[in-house]
Design a protein around this ligand. Structure first.
Ligand code: SF4
Ligand code: SF4
Length: 300
């Protein structure tokens, strides 16, 4: 199953095919070519029985519902995902003979598309590079930026804080890099390359920050449109264990028709993803409500 309907601005649902052939409203909510591209991007990619790396990293319940139900998406919610695809197509052309772009590989567990591989940074090393378009908030935490209070050397001379040291906020760039999912994803691609005899010396993500010019971004110490982020190696054994377990969970759920439990806190971003960013939120909520016990009438 797949996304079959668009949600119009007035909350009506319409088959994607019907929207594309004839919008029933007096004016389209966005340009038809944009909607066509969007329709293509959410269509089932027909990867056969193989799951993609991103499918296995996301919640098992989310993937189960995406694969077993027809659902509706709001085109507005998918515009930034399209920016990601646009960046990929801009970057997929390379004249360099020692750089490979958009290479799809698979193994027994998953399939994945490598954005760029080769001497992409001109330092003679075999580099796996992935592109990401994201927000300044996500860039800030992925880069490990944080603010710390440091004494200025002065003290308050009057007021409630008299005698206490004056502090100033300074940016630090040596914090914990919160990029767990990105690291798993890029390492999964690294494993694919190495399994196909493409050695990998280093891994990087080229992060494009879509809101870098806003004041909010500079308040997060983000002042450039693009950052290059080094990704550390994760052990192959850990990766095999993780992806084998996630695949088994999804396989079992699909073959038995048993709806998996709610996505974990990490998979659902501590619940923030559910109502605002999950395409199958409605289906997930309906199943939850149907599973609730019916309240028995009180006996007088
Ligand atoms: S173009 Fe927009 S408003 Fe018109 S049918 Fe499609 S989603 Fe709805
Ligand atoms: S709504 Fe939340 S719990 Fe349900 S599938 Fe989506 S992310 Fe998972």
């Amino acid at each position: 199953m797949t996304a079959t309907q668009f949600i119009c601005p007035n909350h009506d649902k319409i088959l994607i095919s019907q929207c594309l052939s004839n919008c029933p409203h007096c004016i389209r909510c966005m340009a038809k070519p944009t909607l066509e591209t969007l329709a293509k991007s959410v269509a089932d990619r027909k990867l056969g029985k193989k799951y993609s790396v991103t499918e296995l990293i996301s919640g098992t319940r989310e993937q189960y519902l995406k694969k077993t139900t027809d659902y509706a998406i709001d085109p507005q919610d998918h515009i930034f995902a399209m920016h990601g695809s646009a960046v990929h197509s801009i970057c997929e052309h390379s004249t360099s003979s020692n750089v490979i772009t958009e290479l799809r590989l698979d193994n027994d567990i998953y399939t994945g598309q490598i954005d760029s591989y080769g001497d992409v940074l001109g330092n003679g090393r075999k580099i796996l590079l992935d592109y990401k378009v994201t927000s300044s908030y996500k860039a800030m935490i992925a880069l490990g930026y944080y603010r710390e209070d440091l004494p200025t050397g002065e003290v308050y001379k009057t007021g409630l804080k008299k005698g206490q040291p004056k502090m100033k906020k300074v940016w630090r760039t040596d914090g914990v890099k919160k990029l767990f999912e990105w690291a798993i994803q890029v390492n999964a691609y690294r494993l694919l390359l190495e399994e196909h005899n493409f050695p990998v010396d280093d891994m990087y993500i080229q992060v494009y920050v879509r809101d870098y010019s806003l004041r909010m971004a500079s308040e997060r110490n983000i002042d450039k449109p693009m950052y290059l982020l080094h990704i550390n190696r994760i052990s192959d054994q850990w990766l095999y264990r993780y992806f084998t377990a996630k695949k088994a969970l999804l396989d079992t759920a699909l073959s038995s028709g048993t709806v998996p439990g709610f996505c974990s806190a990490r998979e659902s971003w501590s619940g923030r993803k559910c109502a605002d960013y999950c395409d199958v939120y409605e289906e997930c909520r309906k199943l939850y409500e149907a599973a609730q016990p019916v309240a028995k009438p009180k006996v007088a």
